[in-house]
Each structure stands twice: as C-alpha cells, then as structure tokens.
Design a protein around this ligand. Structure first.
Ligand SMILES: NC(=O)c1ccc[n+]([C@@H]2O[C@H](COP(=O)([O-])OP(=O)(O)OC[C@H]3O[C@@H](n4cnc5c(N)ncnc54)[C@H](O)[C@@H]3O)[C@@H](O)[C@H]2O)c1
Length: 256
C-alpha cells in the first residue's frame, strides 16, 4: 500500500483486460489512483466506483485523441502502456509484412500515441509519470521478428521521451517483464508451444514471474518513491536476462 500523503490523480492503463494490464489496474486502484482501465473492449475489472472502464484501440490515433480530449479536465498523472500483441515464431524470410505492421502499430506506435496524447495532459499540469511495458526481448531478442524489435524500439523511445518530458515534470520509464504467468502464457504452456520447465530453468530464480510482481514494479515507478528515476528500464524477469545465456555452458545451462 502506498504512502497516504502522496499526491495521486488519474492513472490510465491500456491493455487492462489482459493478464498484466489487469494486475496493474487493480494494484494502482489499491494504491489510491483513480483508474481509467482501457482495452479493445471495455475491461470488466473489480475496480472502485470512481474508476472508468472504456474501450480504446491504441492503434487508432483518432480514438486515442478523443479519449485524451474527454479526460482533459481530469488530473491525469499516470499512464501505463500495457496493451500488446504477441506473435508466433516465424522464420524471418516468411514473416508477413501485414503482421509486422500490425505489431508495430500496437506495440510501438500505439504506445507512442498514448504517451503523446496523455503526456500533453500531464505537461499542462507540470506533473506525471509514464510506464511502458516492454519485454526481456528489449535486452535479449528472441526469434520474434516483429515483436522483439517493436519492444526494443519502445525501450529506446522510453529513454528519448524521458529526455524531452523531464523538464516538463514528467518521468518516463519501462518495465521489462520476463515470462509472466498470464492466461496467454498459460495457454501457450498448455498447448505445448512453451515448456514451463525450460523457461524456469533459464531464470536465476528458477521460476516464472507473476502478474502482480510486474504490477508492483510499475506501481513503484509511478510513485514518489521513484521520484529521481526516469529513462530507465526495470527488468521484472526472475533474473532471466542475467542467466538465460548461461545455457552455452553445459554444466551451468541445460544440466543445472
Ligand atoms: N506475459 C508475458 O510473459 C509477457 C512478457 C513480456 C512482456 N509482456 C507484455 O506485457 C503486456 C501485457 O501482456 P499480457 O501477458 O498481459 O498479455 P494479454 O494478451 O493478456 O494482454 C494484452 C492486452 O492488450 C490488448 N490489446 C491488444 N491489442 C490492442 C489494441 N490495439 N488496443 C488496446 N489493447 C490491445 C489485448 O486485448 C489484451 O487484453 C504486453 O505488452 C506484452 O507484450 C508480456
């Protein structure tokens, strides 16, 4: 639970019907933020009565602008870009350009459009914090030829935005989740597309990440406890980035 004396305001979360976005929206409400939870269809979360739950397609620039106009007289002080599209593993030469464009439209341009539209509201009040949900792909690209570069681009843009928005009183950071046990990942494990024991073995903590752990890191980055933190990416990955490449050493990798 956050400091009671801390000034909050309205926190907008995209992708809030998803596993990580929902955990973030619920956590921010518990911390005292007035949450605006958005997703392609309006989320149906157990949020306090002052919350709004609205449809928002982040790849629709007009819809993003319209929601920003609707919230212009509210004290929007936080934005979390959790909306994201995954992709299957497809060899580079077989990648579909329409799929590439769609993944960038949501995971990169959609997040940037929200940062710009809601960042303007924050700039008008001289105060705000943004968290972009990137991925371990930002640091160690997996063979996901649109998803990985889109997340890396969002990480780079996070640092650039921090530079521009810092003088305006706005901090911009990212959380980079590792393999997080959301319904989406659970379905991939159940279908055999991912092997949980392999994912766990490659993380320093030998486990997957829980959505609440990504939410806790996000809440920290939005809070005054992170008042001098901007332009950073915080991995929340059970140490996957630290040790995934250890598999190159037989005794430290597969046979651990
Ligand atoms: N689960 C993981 O292991 C993991 C790891 C690293 C990063 N991430 C990132 O975390 C974020 C949340 O992922 P999740 O695991 O909760 O997946 P999820 O599929 O449960 O949630 C993603 C949400 O984004 C929404 N969305 C998709 N396109 C949208 C659009 N155009 N506009 C608005 N919303 C849209 C979906 O409807 C969905 O509710 C994503 O950005 C994802 O890339 C997840």
């Amino acid at each position: 639970m956050a400091d009671r004396g801390e000034e909050r305001g309205v926190a907008l979360v995209t992708g809030a019907a998803g596993g990580i976005g929902a955990a973030i929206a619920l956590r921010l409400a518990r911390d005292g933020w007035t949450v605006v939870a958005t997703d392609l269809a309006a989320p149906r979360l157990a949020l306090p009565a002052d919350a709004l739950q609205l449809p928002l397609d982040v790849s629709d620039a007009a819809a993003v602008a319209a929601l920003a106009a609707r919230l212009a007289d509210r004290p929007v002080a936080a934005l979390v870009n959790a909306a994201g599209l995954f992709q299957d593993v497809v060899p580079f030469l077989d990648m579909d350009t329409a799929l590439e464009a769609r993944i960038f439209a949501v995971n990169y341009f959609g997040a940037l459009a929200c940062c710009r539209a809601f960042g303007r509201l924050m700039a008008a009040r001289g105060r705000g914090a943004i968290v972009n949900v990137t991925s371990i792909n930002e640091a160690r690209p997996l063979p996901l030829h649109a998803y990985a570069p889109a997340k890396a681009a969002l990480g780079a843009a996070t640092a650039l935005m921090a530079g521009d928005l810092g003088p305006l009183g706005i901090r911009v950071n990212a959380v980079a989740p590792g393999f997080t046990l959301t319904p989406t990942l659970k379905a991939k494990i159940e279908s055999g597309a991912r092997d949980a024991s392999v994912l766990e073995a490659h993380a320093a903590q030998r486990r997957l990440v829980e959505p609440d752990e990504v939410a806790a890191a996000t809440a920290f980055l939005l809070s005054d406890a992170a008042s001098a933190v901007t332009g950073a990416t915080l991995p929340v990955d059970a140490g996957w980035i630290a040790t995934a490449h250890w598999m190159n050493f037989r005794d430290l990798g597969r046979n651990r």
